[in-house]
Write a protein that binds this ligand. Structure first.
Ligand SMILES: O=P(O)(O)OC[C@H]1O[C@@H](O)[C@H](O)[C@@H](O)[C@@H]1O
Length: 361
């Protein structure tokens, strides 16, 4: 069940960061890995996706390209560090000059969060193992979503009328606050409307993303508030990329759920069914949306780590592995995405909250 509640007050933001001109840097995370993507263009991807090689067709009028959004913070990492830096919170210039926040705890766990896309790109337990995955084709230019970690799909999961997975993953978020104590480190980001977002989704909203790193756990809370004078509705997901040996990976907990399989060539027309497997593996292309999912899924990443993926408020889930359409990396990750696939309708003043709790067992 979605948690709908009236929002009494809107948190004020300490930083004021607009969407600023793009920087010239262009840095692939691959460190020189040769890329030979076969991610060919489905009709939907061809029109709206940021996928490599899929950007040449005309867009419906009023729809902005992802590449028109730019994500460089207007305030330098040094200034932000001055304001929000603390024990366990360091604001730094990251890949491609994009601002990142490095979170750490006394127990030795660490996370990295890029303000561009409000994207957690790394989460290391105290053993130093990064449990998240960033694709080798991910770019840190501030002009395309970072493909990896925990990107946001908002205000549309898709396919739909605006760009694939919405705009939240390809705009700069602001730091609202940071905090750390002996056990946990917390970073709160906010996303506000811009000309870019209004051009495709003309609503006034406030999205708050709280990231809490504590011991061996990574908890996130997403709050969407309608601060407009008119209602709006949205769909959303936390497009979580987990490092995995896909040939040995499995997900448990979805038996009995309604499933919608998205054919690669026609993702807008999914095939309905019901999940009858206790344990789901990834032997080939997987792109399945599950409805009314339980509050906990278990991911065995094939490297000996079992991860509990709990949630509150996320009512649906998506499993994705691109298989040979991304030959260079499909063996190395799976996406297990907490999602909200049925539109959430918010009246002015209302908000919606969903939490994700990740912890190795
Ligand atoms: O390449 P993108 O835009 O990040 O999307 C990747 C995939 O994301 C998944 O969530 C979708 O179910 C897939 O259909 C999609 O291909």
């Amino acid at each position: 069940m979605a948690l709908l509640k009236l929002s009494s007050s809107i948190a004020s933001t300490s930083a004021s960061l607009g969407v600023a001109p793009a920087i010239a840097h262009s840095s692939a995370r691959s460190g020189g890995v040769a890329l030979s993507w076969k991610h060919s263009c489905s009709p939907f991807h061809a029109a709206l996706s940021s996928s490599p090689g899929c950007s040449s067709r005309a867009l419906p009028s009023g729809v902005a390209r992802a590449s028109q959004a730019t994500g460089v913070s207007a305030v330098s990492a040094e200034d932000l560090n001055e304001k929000f830096g603390a024990k366990g919170v360091k604001v730094q210039s990251g890949e491609g000059g994009l601002t990142k926040v490095v979170l750490s705890t006394p127990a030795g766990s660490e996370a990295e969060v890029y303000l561009y896309g409000g994207c957690v790109t790394s989460w290391k337990t105290s053993e130093g193992k990064d449990l998240l995955f960033v694709r080798p084709d991910a770019v840190f230019t501030g002009q395309k979503p970072i493909s990896g970690g925990l990107p946001h799909c908002f205000p549309q999961f898709g396919p739909g009328p605006i760009q694939q997975h919405g705009f939240a993953r390809n705009v700069s978020w602001e730091i609202a606050s940071s905090q750390s104590d002996d056990e946990t480190t917390t970073l709160v980001l906010q996303l506000k409307p811009s000309d870019y977002s209004r051009n495709m989704w003309d609503y006034e909203f406030l999205v708050t993303f709280k990231i809490v790193l504590g011991g061996e756990k990574l908890t996130t809370e997403l709050v969407v508030e309608n601060i407009d004078s008119k209602p709006f509705s949205f769909t959303t997901a936390l497009h979580s990329y987990f490092k995995a040996d896909a040939s040995k990976t499995s997900v448990t907990g979805l038996k009995g759920c309604k499933r919608l399989d998205k054919p690669y060539e026609d993702p807008a027309n999914p095939i309905e069914g019901q999940e009858d497997r206790d344990v789901i593996e990834f032997p080939g292309f997987v792109d399945t949306m599950y409805r009314e999912t339980p509050s906990e899924l278990l991911l065995d990443n094939g490297f000996g780590t079992k991860l509990s993926i709990k949630n509150e408020g996320w009512t649906d889930a998506v499993l994705w592995n691109p298989y040979l359409t991304m030959e260079a990396c499909y063996k190395d990750f799976v996406c297990v995405e907490n999602a909200k696939l049925a539109p959430v309708e918010l009246q002015p003043g209302q908000s919606w909250t969903a939490k994700q709790f990740l912890s190795p067992l």
